[in-house]
Design a binder for this molecule. Structure first.
Ligand code: BGC
Length: 720
């Protein structure tokens, strides 16, 4: 049975009770919004601001009385239809937003977002978002709590995996790509968690953050701005207290920046109970004050706390909240609902109880995404694997389907997933034994000996180590970045057998590897690769596909170095090994283990003929850098040519280098490709503390290479 809102509207028409908003062709969006608002009581408007979690026993009367505007975590089509029908029976028949965290898939799970950023291929991220969106839309979900647009410099913060890493340009590009992809599937999007959530002190989730105004505008906000320019329907206000004020009660952030500066006309939804948490933050003494402060700051919709539903009406009646503020919040919600065509949408097919299992097309996309996301960290020539080897697959993650998908795996079913062992066996081309040795928590060495024995009997060890789904994600901060439990010691023992060891890392963040990295045959960062992870890893290990991923985050040597992003400004005492009193650690190198943008391939490369045709540029001009990229190895490969810029002298200290452009190219062995990277001079500026954007004239350096340690390519000048 397919019922549509259009049919419902037709029925209303016939009954003579039609409202002008139902007739999408008849009037402009704003007229429809106002037409609807004009008929609504204060209670009706407050209802639109109320986002509630679903439960099978949820009061239908609340919906029928128009006291709910949106619902989350309802995932069965028949329940969604039931909720929507109840909402439509309310006086104004306003459909619900049905929200879910569809981050990297619904039933088919793609690599976690940070992994896809490692592909340096925004089209890929758009495609996977579109697919995830379609799976979600098919069961009636119309709103995703994604993408996460939070810059993350500290891998201790478990949510790093949900975003794009440490670089604002990648943040802008990938946030936009995901918004576009979800929109193409008909899903409304949420940019979260506005803003600065990734700055939590010590990487401790929910902790306060401190961000200097220039850094906020230059680094943390641009991905949100890009998402808003792409038309994101909503923005989620963060949990944290930033620069002393909980963001969910901060008018300067939610109104000053979002509305006044950026002219954002969608709505702001709180994070889960972040209105309620204003009590714990100590900025509201009771729920009524929390509701008042959040609404007046610019939180339009309250997720979970119920404080709006319980208190806003009284706050208005007591004159503490102007009714116009409630009307404005409802206006934003209704505008988004109308703009996304919610009133005209068909209900999902209720004969489907569950989303369909991944079909061949979904699997192919998931496999490609996982291949393109993996980063080859080390290879002493062991990879690609030659045929006919006896491979001992070892480690707690070797046979796992569930832990290959990572957090927020929506409606994933373990039976859909392909483990590493299964991927290898399906591919064939060797013999593959499996011994676990120890599980991911690895609290005991009881199984080490059996694993060492298996290693000795094999030609090569494939150690699949790392984190479970729960070890990264929300509330999964880690004080240590080592392999969990005794896995590090276990890896040392495997290496000590003398057999070549290939390490496959399954994790949502960089992992501290220690000295063992130099004794590994190879190391592949697979992140949480998703449903097709095992097949993709087999493709890469055997060279059926070539690794081409690049790190979207600097990989620390040890946790004591973090945060260690690549784009910090220089110090007054740049590192000088011959001078003690310069930038250094007494007990560790001052550089990360692997720089941002780094990733090896199976072939060798040479970058030559670097040219900057124009070296004197006006502010309206464009920097152009050309070069020749040659594949000088014997295998085909893909490489990401990266362009970094540094402004040498400015009114404030500028980053030592900043990614400004990149191009991913495929080159056959022995062949060369010309690359041409272009950056508008308007992209070379920065923000003053008051948010003003300036491009200052002066000397700039360009670095071109295949990682952030790229070589100096030349200098240019921006004219006054
Ligand atoms: C998370 C959000 C998420 C929300 C709804 C919160 O705990 O911080 O990212 O969208 O829950 O599931």
């Amino acid at each position: 049975m397919l019922r549509t809102h259009a049919l419902a509207a037709a029925a209303l028409l016939a009954s003579g009770a039609v409202s002008s908003y139902a007739d999408s062709a008849a009037s402009s969006l704003e007229a429809r919004v106002e037409g609807l608002l004009g008929r609504m009581t204060l209670e009706d408007k407050i209802g639109q601001l109320n986002l509630v979690p679903f439960s099978p026993t949820f009061s239908r009367a609340e919906l029928e009385n128009g006291r709910v505007g949106a619902m989350l975590a309802v995932t069965k089509p028949h329940e969604i239809v039931e909720m929507q029908s109840a909402a439509r029976r309310a006086r104004h028949g306003i459909p619900l937003l049905i929200g879910l965290d569809v981050l990297h898939g619904l039933r088919t799970i793609f690599p976690v977002p940070i992994a896809e950023v490692a592909s340096f291929d925004p089209e890929l991220a758009k495609e996977t978002a579109r697919h995830a969106g379609r799976e979600a839309a098919a069961i009636g979900i119309n709103w995703t709590f994604a993408p996460m647009a939070d810059l993350a410099r500290d891998p201790r913060w478990g949510r790093m995996n949900e975003g794009f890493g440490e670089d604002p340009l990648l943040g802008r590009i990938f946030t936009r790509a995901r918004v576009d992809g979800f929109h193409e599937a008909g899903l409304a999007t949420t940019l979260k968690h506005f803003a600065g959530y990734g700055s939590a002190l010590g990487g401790r989730d929910y902790d306060m953050g401190t961000i200097a105004p220039g850094d906020l505008f230059d680094s943390y906000l641009p991905p949100f701005k890009a998402g808003i320019e792409a038309g994101s329907d909503s923005v989620m206000s963060a949990f944290l207290s930033l620069n002393g004020i909980p963001v969910s009660a901060n008018p300067a952030m939610l109104t000053g920046i979002l509305r006044d500066r950026w002219r954002y006309d969608g709505f702001v939804v709180s994070d889960w109970n972040s209105v309620g948490e204003l009590l714990e933050h100590g900025v509201a003494k009771d729920p009524a004050e929390a509701a008042r402060k959040a609404l007046l700051a610019g939180v339009d919709m309250d997720m979970y706390s119920g404080f709006y539903a319980a208190h806003l009406s009284d706050e208005v009646k007591a004159g503490r909240v102007p009714e116009a503020a409630v009307t404005e919040a409802a206006r934003r919600v209704l505008r988004s609902k109308l703009r996304m065509g919610l009133f005209e949408r068909p209900d999902p097919d209720t004969s489907r109880v569950d989303p369909a299992p991944p079909g061949p097309e979904a699997r192919e996309l998931a496999r490609r995404a996982a291949r393109d996301s993996a980063v080859l960290l080390r290879n002493d020539g062991v990879l690609p694997l030659p045929p006919g080897k006896r491979v001992a697959v070892i480690g707690g993650l070797g046979q796992s389907q569930r832990d290959l998908v990572g957090p927020h795996a929506a409606m994933f079913r373990a039976e859909d997933g392909v483990s590493v062992l299964e991927g290898l066996r399906r591919r064939g081309g060797g013999t593959f034994s499996y011994v676990q040795g120890c599980d991911v928590f690895c609290e005991s060495d009881a199984g080490f000996a059996a694993a060492e024995q298996a290693a000795r009997e094999a030609d090569l060890v494939l150690a699949v180590l790392g984190e479970t789904n729960e070890m990264s994600g929300e509330a999964a901060s880690r004080a240590r970045l080592t392999l969990p439990g005794r896995q590090g010691e276990f890896l040392d023992r495997l290496v000590a057998t003398g057999k070549p060891v290939v390490l496959v890392i399954i994790a949502g963040r960089p992992i501290e590897l220690g000295p063992v990295i130099n004794r590994l045959g190879a190391a592949l960062m697979a992140w949480f690769p998703g449903t097709e992870g095992g097949n993709a890893i087999a493709d890469l290990l055997f060279g059926d596909a070539d690794p081409a991923g690049k790190l979207p985050v600097s990989w620390p040597r040890t946790v004591g170095q973090v945060p260690i992003p690549y784009d910090l400004p220089p110090t007054g005492r740049p590192h000088d090994p011959s001078n003690h009193y310069t930038y250094r650690y007494a007990d560790e190198a001052i550089t990360p283990l692997f720089p941002f943008g780094f990733g090896k391939t199976y072939t060798e490369w040479a970058l030559s003929d670097v040219e900057l045709p124009k070296r004197r540029l006006s502010r309206e001009g464009r920097l152009e850098v050309g070069a020749t990229l040659r594949n000088i190895g014997s295998r085909p490969g893909r490489q990401v040519v990266q362009l970094y810029v540094r402004q040498l002298h400015a009114s404030r200290s500028r980053p030592g280098r900043q990614l400004k452009a990149f191009e991913k190219v495929a080159v056959a062995p022995g062949e060369a490709r010309k690359v041409a990277l272009r950056v508008p001079v308007s992209e070379l500026g920065f923000h003053l503390d008051d948010g003003t954007y300036v491009v200052e004239p002066g000397r700039y350096q360009v670095f071109l290479g295949t990682a952030s340690d790229a070589q100096l390519a030349g200098e240019f000048e921006v004219l006054p």
